[in-house]
Write a protein that binds this ligand. Structure first.
Ligand code: ATP
Ligand code: MG
Length: 513
């Protein structure tokens, strides 16, 4: 109902208000649906899933690229009270097996591009009873997605879903270890809609383009959910291709786009060569990392004027902090101010939530807010470590380090586990990596601490590129941007760095070597 809303209530309200507005545009399958048409497919899939035995609380896993199927599935699960469990489509068979088993998923949806990973994992999947394939040529053990949709009744399913029911298990990216299943409730996602709508002024007149993966909560929650709650239009691309995306901006008069800094850069560079009109873009959202200055300037010149940065993590839904357009130039690289109904603190790492550090001092970032996860699935120890109470408020320990400036703005410095302590001095690897990266012979760099008898830890750099250790050491010494104790004492030249499926460097693997 409207008083204790769930994710499906947000869709139902939009359908009542704007049944004839365009909801989903999916060029790859020539689909263009109004909200009434979208809602009917959602109902049909929910009923079809119920007919094959999926019940409230059952996990429905997806190994899908972007598409209308993701949008239909997530709302069908919400109506049914089933728990949406989206997996990264780049996972290997072993990783698929780990997550699907960890979640105990009952159904698994996949497509041609992810079929090998599913088939590799299948012998070890003990809980999956329904395999659903979204493309036409259906392998023996799977049913076709839209065939399944057509089998379901068009009326809304009759289930009883409450705001504190689990809406989804969203797995973390696995940058610091095995991915953890973040349990989000309906309530926290409805709250997440509100803060994105408020921060980005989303209205029914917006047209969004989805290029970031929908399995990640950033695109799914910040964009798709918020736009659907307002009756805006959602153009979905199967995956990212810069020229394709640029043409879509012009063709569909896209007003709202979310991308990582690397994707914004590809768009800005692409726009220099393609003659496209991007004047419909009203605001650009970015996150996952700060936007490098040059990229920012190119984007402003080529694409649109206003940008908002979001900082957060899967556990927070993910958006917890926003940097508004007017602060982009005055506080370059800053994460911003807490989102609606959120609070931030910086404390001594691992200390009590009340042990705040002084303004400007670096410590661990904590959040309290309406979008915080309920728990990590099946990980009571990790949950207890991450969620701690103080004065009736639950604080989430992010594992990120940062500081608050005199205006109350949050700056993110690095991950806590990555910090190096050498001879009693703190070294933040990101700073050393940025310095190395500015040398033209460095394509990629990852800086970690190695055990050292004398200093406790010493700074070591893993480098991809054609520079030599002597060149880099001379360069850093001459540059005087880095204090002497921060300069790497060891260099390792490697062909590639270990990365998770989203492309983040997995430093725990370098430290284990
Ligand atoms: P895991 O928790 O499994 O190790 P992960 O932390 O990489 O993986 P995500 O929840 O996808 O999984 O990523 C959140 C992290 O990404 C944050 O904790 C932070 O370190 C980084 N991050 C996100 N947004 C920003 C941003 N705007 N600026 C800097 N860092 C960011
Ligand atoms: Mg994390």
């Amino acid at each position: 109902g409207c008083v204790h809303p769930t994710i499906s209530d947000t869709l139902e309200q939009t359908v009542k208000r704007h049944p004839d507005r365009d909801a989903i545009v999916y060029p790859r399958k020539d689909q263009q649906w109004t909200y009434a048409e979208f809602d009917e497919r959602v109902n049909r899939l929910a009923n079809a899933l119920a007919d094959v035995g999926v019940e409230k609380g059952d996990r429905v896993a997806t190994l899908l690229y972007n598409g209308s199927e993701m949008a239909v599935t997530v709302y069908a699960c919400a109506k049914l009270g089933a728990v949406f469990t989206p997996l990264n489509y780049r996972l290997s068979s072993d990783e698929v097996q780990f997550i699907v088993e960890d979640a105990g998923a009952r159904a698994l949806l996949f497509e041609a591009e992810t079929r090998d990973a599913v088939e590799g994992a299948k012998p070890d999947l003990s809980t999956v009873e329904d395999y659903v394939f979204v493309d036409e040529d259906t392998p023996d053990y799977a049913s076709d997605f839209y065939e399944l949709v057509d089998r379901g009744e068009p009326s809304a399913p009759d289930t009883d879903v409450a705001e504190d029911d689990a809406y989804a298990f969203i797995y973390t990216s696995g940058t610091t270890g095995r991915p953890k299943g973040v349990v989000h409730e309906h309530r926290s996602m409805v709250e997440h809609n509100l803060l994105c709508i408020a921060e980005l002024d989303i209205t029914r007149h917006d047209v969004g383009l989805t290029v970031l993966p929908m399995y990640h909560c950033a695109e799914l929650h910040a964009m798709l959910f918020s736009r659907i709650a307002r009756g805006a239009t959602n153009v979905i691309h199967h995956d990212f291709d810069a020229p394709n995306a640029l043409r879509a901006i012009e063709d569909h008069e896209i007003s709202l786009l979310f991308a990582a800094p690397t994707v914004w850069n590809a768009l800005a560079q692409g726009a220099k060569e393609l003659d496209v009109d991007t004047s419909s873009l009203r605001v650009g959202l970015y996150g996952a990392a700060p936007m490098p200055e040059q990229v920012f300037e190119d984007c402003m010149e080529q694409l649109c004027e206003d940008y908002v940065q979001a900082y957060g993590m899967t556990e927070m839904g993910p958006c917890a902090v926003f940097q508004a357009p007017e602060d982009q130039l005055t506080k370059q690289g800053c994460a911003g101010l807490p989102a609606l109904h959120h609070d931030v603190r910086v404390v001594e790492p691992d200390a009590d939530p009340t042990e705040q550090v002084a303004t400007g001092d670096i410590g661990e970032i904590l959040f309290a807010g309406s979008t915080t996860m309920r728990e990590y699935w099946n990980r009571p120890d990790a949950t207890a470590e991450s969620l701690r109470e103080a004065d009736g408020t639950t604080w989430y320990y992010t594992g990120d380090l940062g500081y608050l400036d005199e205006d109350g703005y949050l700056w993110v410095v690095d991950r806590k586990d990555d910090m190096i302590i050498t001879g009693g001095e703190n070294v933040y690897p990101t700073e050393v990596e940025d310095a190395l990266f500015s040398h033209e012979g460095v394509a990629e760099a990852a800086v970690v601490g190695e055990p050292d008898d004398e200093w406790g830890e010493r700074v070591a750099a893993y480098v991809v590129g054609d520079a030599t250790a002597d060149e880099l050491d001379d360069y850093l010494t001459a540059g005087d941007a880095l204090a002497d104790f921060k300069r790497p004492r060891e260099y390792y030249f490697v062909d590639e760095l270990p990365k998770n499926p989203s492309g983040k460097i997995q430093k725990f693997k370098l430290r284990d070597d």
